[in-house]
Design a protein around this ligand. Structure first.
Ligand SMILES: C[S@@+](CC[C@H](N)C(=O)[O-])C[C@H]1O[C@@H](n2cnc3c(N)ncnc32)[C@H](O)[C@@H]1O
Length: 243
């Protein structure tokens, strides 16, 4: 997962507005805090946090994505460290103020309880965990059994999905047009698991979190047809607040 795709990830994610996404997230993070961006991918969100003065490092299960994140950090002249780590096994020696897992990371985890428990243990009291998922609605009704294709620069992809009860299996083929006019093909298979809002909130409480808030893709109340659900989970009671 995320090996064949790594080379093309930034090309096809260039329309994602990480700036606004980060503007939303930082409202919930402890000021001047330190943290970890889990499932950092090529680092786009990690860099947004670093540019806003947060002390952050990125981890991802894919060595290819970490490699690209390190290259991007050098290009951007940002001092951000990255490491290959599985979210399920992340045990920090020093607790942090926040942990983020941005853009579907939790959809790749079949049973997120271990990740949530480790995240809780890795946070200081008052710490915040921010993540999002593609909603049940999006995975079942939009991505479902669909096929997508798109061409950008010299790369064309064909992305075909198969919907099952608890997951969408995704098959992606990238065709890169090389200088001699021939195409090189790269295949990628992924599974995204369907998690609903209530189940994830229950798992967060089971992991120990004291409050959970959710927002839609437009950072408003979650509706039946919201495609993304953002979760803000807090460890410890901040000003006695519990949602
Ligand atoms: C859609 S990408 C998002 C990347 C990045 N957060 C962003 O916003 O561009 C999902 C990322 O989650 C990573 N990932 C999936 N399962 C993971 C796991 N168990 N532990 C750590 N990273 C994981 C993938 O390798 C991939 O880089």
């Amino acid at each position: 997962m995320y090996d064949g795709l790594a080379e093309f990830y930034d090309l096809f994610m260039q329309d994602v507005d990480y700036k606004s996404w980060c503007d939303f997230v930082v409202k919930y993070l402890p000021k001047n805090g330190n943290g970890v961006d889990v499932g950092c991918g090529s680092g786009a969100f990690t860099f947004e946090l670093a540019k806003r003065g947060f002390d952050v490092f990125g981890v991802d299960v894919s060595p290819e994505m970490v490699n690209i994140a390190q290259k991007n950090a050098r290009k951007e002249a940002l001092k951000v460290d990255f490491a290959v780590k599985n979210a399920d096994e992340l045990k920090l020696t020093t607790k942090v103020d926040f942990i983020t897992a941005i853009c579907d990371v939790v959809n790749y985890i079949k049973k997120p309880i271990d990740f949530f428990k480790n995240t809780y243990n890795n946070l200081k009291d008052g710490g915040v965990f921010v993540f999002d998922v593609s909603s049940e609605y999006k995975l079942k009704k939009i991505l479902g059994d669909n096929v997508y294709t798109e061409e950008r620069d010299n790369v064309l992809y064909v992305w075909s999905n198969s919907l099952y009860k608890n997951r969408v299996e995704m098959f992606l083929s990238f065709f890169r047009r090389d200088a001699d006019g021939r195409y090189t093909r790269f295949d990628e298979e992924q599974t995204q698991y369907i998690h609903n809002e209530e189940d994830l909130a229950m798992l967060l409480f089971e992991a120990g979190f004291d409050s959970v808030q959710t927002f839609s893709e437009s950072y408003q109340t979650v509706e039946k047809d919201s495609e993304r659900i953002h979760f803000i989970a807090k460890k410890g009671k901040i000003n006695g607040e519990i949602s």
